[in-house]
Design a protein around this ligand. Structure first.
Ligand code: ATP
Length: 322
């Protein structure tokens, strides 16, 4: 048996752990792995080579993806997919392992629906926003990176008795923002799924904390918050309340770095499981974790609502920063 393997969409820490597990589990089962570079772009261009166990030496602890990744508009064209599928079949490929987010899974699902190519998805995205799993690869590392950065910012915030707005990743999801805010004792968190009129709530929280004599504050802002970016919120606070505040955007440092033990462990488990299931004849599915257990979902589960940060976590943030 021969399987193709690719990483697609945004990179996330732990992708290399999953690649290593796919290749080595396949090796143990006598299955060949064709490593495709640059996601669907590489599939279209035939940019691939065989991967063997020794090709994965010393990558477990490295961030990013040794296969490189890309976003690829051409893949949306069924004719392009048909051509790529023909090229894969010509190489003797009987299934695909894809590490990426929901968009990447949809791209793989199209190969299954149009050409019957079995595919296994490994949830590789720092946002932790895929239906059917309570963990995605890279989330734990990104969270820890954000918390570590904010701990450093807090030192200067408290020395200067200053307000800092820190923007974290999450264009559509507040998962990173809410968990980061809780883990670093922020005064408030602004995130897209929150229901309250959070500008008013934010002001009330800040005023209450100033009244209690607290001068240094951290506000965590998800990049996709309804009020706008941290710069927009900061400007409004500055203008309306004459505050001497600072804005920090953590940006891409949250994507990089050595994966946490949690991301290495789940990348390894999902990688091995993907190969085992494809070798046993499974169709199209993606892997996840629910209540601590490894689970497989049919690709159709992607249509379900994405997970949102529990409201009570967001509400806990200002209570615990008193
Ligand atoms: P991230 O969470 O990092 O954004 P993602 O996998 O969701 O990861 P996308 O940019 O949404 O990232 O998708 C990656 C690629 O998957 C796209 O560039 C495109 O090639 C393919 N893709 C996305 N949606 C579809 C779709 N509906 N049909 C076919 N292919 C798709």
């Amino acid at each position: 048996m021969r399987l193709a393997l690719l990483t697609s969409g945004g990179d996330s820490p732990g992708m290399n752990a999953a690649i290593r597990a796919v290749v080595r589990q396949a090796d143990a089962l006598g299955v060949g792995i064709l490593g495709v570079r640059r996601g669907f772009e590489g599939l279209i261009e035939g940019d691939w080579r065989d991967l063997r166990s020794r090709d994965c030496a010393n990558i477990l602890q490295r961030g990013g993806t040794i296969l490189h990744t890309a976003r690829c508009r051409e893949w949306l064209d069924p004719a392009v997919r048909a051509k790529a599928h023909g090229a894969l079949r010509a190489e003797g490929v009987q299934g695909l392992v894809i590490i990426g987010g929901d968009g990447s899974f949809r791209g793989a699902q199209a190969l299954w629906e149009e050409h019957g190519m079995p595919c296994a998805g490994i949830p590789g995205t720092i946002d932790n926003d895929l239906p059917g799993t309570d963990l995605t690869l890279g989330f734990d590392t990104a969270l820890n990176t954000a918390v570590e950065a904010i701990d450093r910012i807090r030192d200067t915030a408290s020395s200067h008795e200053r307000l800092f707005l820190v923007e974290v990743m999450g264009r559509h999801s507040g998962m990173i923002a809410v968990h980061t805010a809780l883990a670093c004792g922020a005064e408030a968190v602004l995130y897209p799924e929150s229901e309250s009129d959070h500008y008013e709530a934010l002001l009330a929280n800040l005023q209450a904390s100033w009244a209690r004599g607290k001068k240094a504050s951290i506000i965590v802002v998800a990049e996709g918050d309804r009020l706008g970016s941290a710069y927009v919120v900061g400007e409004r606070l500055r203008k309306e309340h004459n505050l001497d505040l600072r804005v920090v955007v953590l940006g891409h440092i949250q994507r990089g770095g050595s994966p946490s033990a949690m991301d290495r462990i789940w990348g390894s488990r999902w990688g091995a499981e993907a190969v085992r299931r494809l070798a046993a004849g499974s169709g199209a599915f993606y892997l996840g974790r629910l209540n601590g257990d490894l689970v497989a979902q049919p690709m159709e589960a992607l249509l379900g609502p994405p997970p949102v940060p529990p409201a009570f976590l967001g509400e806990l943030v200002p209570i615990l920063s008193r």
